[in-house]
Design a protein around this ligand. Sequence first.
Ligand code: NAD
Length: 372
Amino acid sequence: MTGLGLTQLPPPDDLGPEQVLLVHDRSAGLEAIVVVDNLALGPAIGGVRLARDVTALEVARLARAMTFKNAAAGLPHGGGKAGILADPALPGPDKERLVRAFAVAVRSLPGYVPGPDMGTDETCMAWIHDEIGRCVGLPRVLGGIPLDTIGATGFGLAVCAEALDDAGRLALRGATVAVQGFGAVGRHAARFLVERGAVIVGVADTSGALIDPDGLDVDRLIGWKATGKGLADLPGALPQTLDDLLRLPCDVWIPAARPDVFTVENVDAVRARVILPGANLPATAQAEQRLTARGALVVPDFVANAGGVICGAVEYHGGTESDAFDRIRDRIRANTLEMLARSEADDLTPRAAAERMARDRIKEARGYRRRF
Ligand code: NAD
């Protein structure tokens, strides 16, 4: 079990983890970890990350992020996360065997509800459901709501931006926006923001960045990406680097690709006034402090990008696609406004205010748990 870096697991604190399951199944070639961080609000929903370099520490950090995200979103769910140490490009039958073996292993953790994450998709969720009858992110035919196809998380980001506008923290009509990552989250965020009057001035994927201060044609970019090509290959485009995107003067910068995009090394070059994270943990703690210190509004990731998990929870409780959109609109709007109000009233950073909001909900729910 050395591959997962178990010695890096942080010690438990007042929130969790409540359960940690290590799976080492030599016959199935399975090496995995599940961290059920906190169960006060209900069964822990959290994705299954399948990657060659996933670590115990990463899973523990993400499980904690899910505790805050689910609590802050007002969901009756705790937080958890799983990591399977494997190549996401495994041949189909091998991947199926591995994921089914994982499902059998987590049968003994009824408090954990698996969902899709990097390296797993709705087909993997269907295999897990077939084995243990418990997960979110299923194909439509099994009652799933395809959150990436409908753009649940990108929609939530746009709702969050709208709430910032209502609170006087952003003028959304005409606001200039840069988006790093043009996948399930980034492209839908761009589309929903344009619908609300914003102008997308920069986008990037792994092929490079496209920048136009007069505004990019988002529909054209989405159509181009649907052909399977990179943004930098767009005919007539003058591709730029991710550093150019990072330095771009704009109102809103949306990280929607990888964690730790903002570091102490690059953060002073960032010109945006609002950071609206689609990706989880997009800034190191120090980088976030520096952004906040120079007056940027860094919306906590677990407030801004909760659209996906809200959609998953609606699916888990038997709701429809339109229920999911309604719930995302209501919850993210209310949470953003409450976070801003608490931050002002208690003189806290947005992250500290949002964490306090989540902790208050967990504390209240804990009061109903058996103490004997
Ligand atoms: P995705 O795989 O669909 O898209 C990722 C995009 O990022 C791709 O366009 C890829 O080319 C681009 N990318 C990767 N590395 C890059 C780099 N170094 N520079 C520029 N672009 C890069 O993934 P997604 O579902 O859109 O998720 C994006 C992020 O948001 C992930 O960190 C994910 O964990 C997080 N997230 C996703 C959801 C969801 O609902 N899908 C919800 C919450 C958080």
